[in-house]
Design a protein around this ligand. Structure first.
Ligand code: SAH
Length: 437
């Protein structure tokens, strides 16, 4: 019996897919890269932009012939296309889908297969067996001893209401995971060869805010730092309003926590930010960047920007451009605004920036950021930096610096899971090349 998983979208989905794969392996299934030979196919979907949603539909249609040929094939639609609410509409539209699973939840599929195969297990037993803290469940077999850097969801859902964002509707309300579960999972991953973990949440710096008894994110970073075998810890994504000095100081003082902060700005204009309901001003974001840089020496900062938000004028876009030109952040994840069903912006604001104009703004920022990144990276030339190596791509080993820069090194040595000092010989806007020092 074989399973095949197709994963789209964010890091949370990558982590969710690993859990599903691992759960199926406990039931006797084996992973296959080929959908055509699978008995169970899982599509783990994303709907953050229309393009992602369209890809999921395309993939779904491509499965229909497989299902016709093999009626025993089980198709499981999972993730943000399904969401946490009613699946009635999807059931009507895709009658050949057997199981619908909300994001981060392998249980509907497990329950379906158990029932179909006559396994004598109640849903409660299934839930118990597939409890999140079950240490054996963390990684599918083919990733054990191979995967160097893994994700751990620590905050599910989101209760913020950015007007453009569909995630709260599809992932449900914010819910922090119990600290013991997180520690247990980190320990299990480390035992399976993982050396770096990245803690995930839509607003990860709100970890524990919904549960007074839980530690803060800074507290979790401290506790995770004590784990033997774990070399590096990262976290994403932070919301500017919840990044406090205690968190920044924890990053600065804990050697295992890497000096890299992902803190989206989304726009560099106060009116656009207000329309997005982000809850901060451009000035506040500037001060935050200053504070991050002051408290964490050598830090790298990544941001997210949406261009072409409803009503964004040329002058407002220019403010975003100027902000990025001025702050010179390490990375800018750029997106063109895409109206999402049910969101406030889709319901109340006209998507009035033409597509070509969105593209023009996107490219302008892309060019700007390419120059900034090249300039920042050039400063690494001739320096030595510790790189955690993850995998060999063709002849070169791929790894990351503490600041999350991509580094390639050509060598016959097996570098997997090692942290080695690397002398940087070449830099470009997206990566660097070096040699073992
Ligand atoms: N909570 C996460 C959001 C993840 S979605 C965070 O704050 O980063 C990742 C990025 O997709 C967002 O930061 C935003 O820049 C972008 N995005 C979200 N909704 C979008 C939409 N409707 N159109 C275009 N980009 C969007």
């Amino acid at each position: 019996m074989k399973y095949h998983i197709w994963t789209e979208g964010c890091q949370m989905n990558v982590a969710d897919s690993q859990r599903v794969g691992s759960a199926l392996e406990h039931m006797g299934y084996q992973m296959t890269e080929r959908a055509a030979e699978a008995d169970v196919i899982i599509l783990n979907t994303c709907v953050v932009r229309q393009s992602a949603e369209d890809k999921a539909y395309g993939r779904l249609s491509s499965l229909q012939p497989l299902k016709k040929r093999n009626p025993h094939l089980v198709i499981n639609l999972m993730g943000c296309l399904v969401g946490v609410r009613s699946t009635e509409r999807l059931q009507k539209r895709f009658p050949y889908v057997d199981v619908f699973s909300p994001p981060s939840d392998p249980r509907p599929l497990v329950a379906f297969l158990n029932q179909r195969d006559g396994r004598e297990e109640s849903l409660a037993e299934v839930e118990g067996r597939f409890a999140l803290q079950d240490e054996e469940l963390t990684l599918p077999v083919h990733e054990r001893g191979q995967l160097v850097s893994a994700y751990i969801p620590v905050v599910y859902g989101c209760s913020h209401a950015c007007t453009y964002c569909i995630i709260p509707y599809r992932r449900g309300v914010e819910k922090s995971r119990p600290p013991e579960e997180i520690i247990g999972e980190a320990r299990a991953l480390t035992a399976q060869g993982v050396r770096e973990i990245t803690l995930l949440g839509q607003i990860v710096d709100r970890y524990g805010k919904d549960e007074p008894a839980y530690p803060t994110l800074a507290g979790m970073l401290t506790r995770l730092s004590a784990l033997d075998g774990l070399e590096r810890i990262r976290f994403l994504t932070s919301h500017p309003n919840w990044m406090n000095d205690a968190l920044l100081d924890a990053v600065a003082s804990l050697p295992k926590v890497m000096p890299h902060i992902e803190v989206p700005c989304q726009a560099g204009d106060d009116e656009v930010l207000a329309n997005m309901k982000r809850g901060y001003s451009v000035e506040a974001y500037r001060r935050l960047v200053e504070n991050i840089r002051a408290r964490i020496p050598g830090v790298s900062i990544a941001t997210d920007i949406i261009v072409g938000f409803p009503g964004e004028t040329e002058a407002q876009f220019q403010n975003t451009y100027d902000l990025l030109a001025d702050l010179k952040l390490d990375v800018a994840h750029l997106a063109r605004y895409s109206p999402r069903e049910g969101t406030v912006s889709a319901r109340r604001m006209a998507d009035d920036v033409p597509d070509e104009e969105k593209w023009r703004r996107f490219r302008a920022l892309e060019n700007l950021q390419e120059g900034i990144a090249a300039e920042i990276h050039a400063r690494y030339l001739g320096t030595e930096t510790p790189v955690l190596f993850e995998e060999k791509v063709k002849k070169r080993w791929r790894g990351r610096t503490p600041t999350n820069k991509l580094v390639f090194v050509e060598t016959d040595e097996d570098l997997r899971a090692q942290v080695r000092p690397v002398k940087i010989n070449w830099t470009g806007p997206w990566s660097m090349i070096g040699e073992l020092a």
